[in-house]
Design a protein around this ligand. Sequence first.
Ligand code: ATP
Ligand code: MG
Length: 255
Amino acid sequence: MNEKANAIIIQNLRKTFGGGDTAVQVIQDLDFNLQAGRFEAIMGPSGSGKSTLLHIIAGLIPPDEGSVKVGDREITNMSDREIAVFRRRNIGLIFQDHNLVPTLTAKENIGLPLMLDHAKDDGRVESLMESLGIAARRNHLPAKLSGGERQRVAVARALAGNPTVMLADEPTGNLDSPAAHEFCAILKKLNQETGCAILIVTHDPVIAAYAGNIHILRDGRFMDSFATNGDSALVSSRYLAAMKADQTENSRGAV
Ligand SMILES: Nc1ncnc2c1ncn2[C@@H]1O[C@H](COP(=O)(O)OP(=O)(O)OP(=O)(O)O)[C@@H](O)[C@H]1O
Ligand SMILES: [Mg+2]
C-alpha cells in the first residue's frame, strides 16, 4: 500500500445520544486522518467520546452526520450486512473484554474470521500464534488462558484477516504493568511487520508513548495532537497541560 494513503479519514463527524433535555452531544464536528501503517493513540478523560469514536469507525454505531472512510471505502452508507463483512475483512477490533468465543480453542478463535469468510488460512494463524508467543496454548479454551494470553489471542484474531486498520479500546486495562508493556511491544512489532495501521485508546501515558502520535479528545473534539518521541513524561505533561488549558477556557466562558 502507498505509504501516504489514509487508513482512516473522518470528516465533520457528529454523534448525539438521547434527545431533549438529556441529549448528550458526544462527537462534535470532528475531523481526523490516520495514515496507512501508522500507530497512533487517543487519550482523553472519561466520557470524552473515545469509545464512541472507535465504535463509529468500526461501523458498530452510525454517526448522525459526517463521513467515515476506512481505506477508500465510505462506511456510513453501508447496509448492516455490508458493514459486517467489510469489518471482518478490513478492521481488527480489540476491546477490553476480548469477546473470545468460550467454547472454541485459542487457535479456533483466531481462525474464526477466516472461517466465516471461507478464506484460506495459508499458515497465517500458526505464524501469528508464533509471533505472539501463544503457539503452545493453541488448544486451550479461553477460560484456561491468563489475561495476557487471552489478550494476545484477541490480537491474533484481529490480525487474522490482514486488516487495513486495528482499533483497540483500553486493551491493557486488565493487564499488570509488565504484561501491558509486553503487549504494546508486540503491537508495535506487528505494526512494523504487517503495516497494519493501529489506533489505540488509553488512559496511560506510558502505554500511549508506544504510539507515534497522540490525539487528545475532550468533549467530542480533538484539542491537541503531538508526536510522542517515545517519551511518556512528555505525553503526561502535554496531556495535563491540555486538560488545564481547557479548564481555563471553560472558567473564562463561565465568567
Ligand atoms: N448508548 C449510549 N446511550 C446514551 N449515552 C451514551 C451511550 N454511549 C455513550 N454514551 C455517553 O456518551 C459519552 C461518551 O461515552 P464514551 O463511552 O464514548 O466515553 P469514553 O471517552 O470512552 O469514556 P471512558 O474513558 O470512561 O471509557 C458519555 O457521557 C456516555 O454516557
Ligand atoms: Mg471508553
